[in-house]
Every structure is written in structure tokens, then in C-alpha cells.
Ligand binder design. Sequence first.
Ligand code: KG4
Ligand code: ZN
Length: 335
Amino acid sequence: MNLYLGIETSCDDTSCAIYSPEEGLIAYRTAAQLDHAKYGGVVPEIASRTHMKTILPLYETVMEEAGAGLGGLSGIGVTNGPGLTGSLLVGLSFAKALAYGSGVPLAGIHHIEGHILANAIEGPMGTPAIVLVVSGGHTQLFSVEKPGRYELLGGTRDDAAGEAFDKIGKILGLPYPGGPSIEKAARSGDPAAFDFPRAMRGSGRCDFSFSGLKTAVRLKVEELGRLTEQAVADVAASAQEAIVDALAIKSVMAVEMTAVSRFYLAGGVAANGRLREVISERIGAAGAQVSWPPARFCTDNAAMIACAAWHHLSAGRADGLDLNTFPRGGLESWA
Ligand code: KG4
Ligand code: ZN
């Protein structure tokens, strides 16, 4: 049985996983860093220090759970960008040390490719497909011919969808991260209470903009004054509806443009129940079949990185020990 180790430390989650192309996911652990919540966002210095403390015990745990020895691994995959440099360096240095000490091949994985291939952990992805990547740092629509061949159809001009959730959560005084908090608050709110903007609606392109929405929410909250629990729920539901609607409009456009029959969600915001509901409805009506990863593989995780490492290494794409991190940069095709 081939075993691939995945390591993900691009932001504030430390994660290790062992994936087998024959058996699927063998072992998986993520340590979420809770210290950031009180600052209302990720503090890079705290993130990298915490990765330093967490990564070795996490690695030892998954290896033990998989009953694997380092020398028995077929490959090691590590996220080397985009992300916070200090955080990425912890994972990359750790992965390089393992590869150097054992001779096991190493593959640097683009974080966004990881999110896309989270859809391939539990079985092969149906391609060609459109993939909507919606996370805290990214909102992009890709046309995926097959794993390794990606065409960017469009993305956000300013804030990512997850960032919009997080910033609006902060305005409403909800716990960080805003995405899950807004989804929870929205359950008792009226999504039609406030008509928030759907920017770029008529742009004719697969692009997004969420900074105007954030401003509209801030102005509305200022206008409302002291917020009752119901007002918070109504603003949360209306803002969530605006984000979901904007994402769905351009997703449908991408499916119609490419005439593909498969559509996937990826990234942290793909955990959102309302997004799943609306996308299923509208993409279904546009003639494509909709899927998404299980919630634990929507947010940052190493299972997707281990799975991506298998795709790279089985195609003969190993990286050398001179592999470096990169803070930003688009996903490019390699297959
Ligand atoms: O993919 P991810 O874990 O990290 C990045 O690569 O950015 O995504 C994190 C983002 C955060 O902005 C968080 O608020 C959002 O995903 N998120 C959600 C939900 N769960 C996580 N947004 C909306 N609804 C959710 N249920
Ligand atoms: Zn991510």
C-alpha cells in the first residue's frame, strides 16, 4: 500500500495526514489554533510559533495511527504557498528535514490546488469540471480539465468571500471566525430583511467584489444603532444571502460558458449550508451535478495536501530540497 504524508501550515491550522491512493485516508489530525480568536483575526507571529510547538507531536500521532515508518512512505507533500511566510516555513522546513533524512520524495503543493483536490480524497473527481474555491484568502472560479490542468475563469477584485464573512462577523460582534458564526446567527434571521448589494452582477465576467457589501453592512449597522438579537440575525441572514447569491450568479455563468456537467465547491466557505443549498438548486437547474468535500476537508487540512502529493509524485513531479515558500501567486497547470 502506498502512503503519502501531507503537511499543511499555511495559516493558523497545523495539520498532518496520511493518504493512500488504494485505501483512502488512513490518519488525519488538525490542531486549530484558538489563541487568535481574542484578537479577532490571525496573528502571524503567534501562528508560526504555535506551528513550531504542534507539528512534531501531530506528525508522530498520524504516523503511529497509520502504523507507518518514515522510510515506508511513498512521498511527502507540503503546502509551500500561498500563505503566511512564517507559518509556511515551519511546515516546509519540517517536510524537508523528513525528506532529507529518509530520501522519501518531496512535493510542494499550492494551497489552492489542495483545496480543489479535497474533492478527490474520497474518490476520483469527475472532470472536466468547474470548481468554486471560496476561502478566507481566495474566491476563484476554475475550469478543471483534470487534476493538474487548471484555468482561472475569474476571481475577487478585493475581499475574499470568507474575509467578507469574517469582517461582517466582526462588525456584528460575533465570535471569530465570522463564517460559522454568521451561518448560525442567520438561522433565526430574515434573509430579505435588508437588500445588500450583489456587486459585479452584470459585469459579464466571472468576477466578484465583496468590499462594497462590507461597507453597506457597516453603514446599516450604524443606522440601526443598538442591535437587538433579532437585528443581528436579520443582518447576518441578509449578508449571507448577498454573498451566496453573488457566488451562485457567477458559478452558473461559468457552468453555462463551459457547458461542463460537473461542479465542485472547495475551501472553508464551502462548509456553509446556505451556499450548498443555493448552489445545488441553481447549478442543478443549469444542468451540472454538484459535489463538495466533507466539512472537515473544506477548511484547511493536510488530507487534501497528501492527496495532491500523490497526484504530483505519481506523475513524476518531485521537488528538490531547494524548494521555497511563496506568500502569494496564482495556481498554474502542471499536467
Ligand atoms: O479554507 P480556509 O480554512 O482557510 C483559508 O485558506 O482561508 O477558510 C477559512 C474561511 C474563514 O473565512 C471562515 O470564516 C470561512 O472559511 N468559513 C465559513 C464557514 N466555515 C468556515 N464561511 C461561511 N460559513 C461557514 N460555515
Ligand atoms: Zn485554505
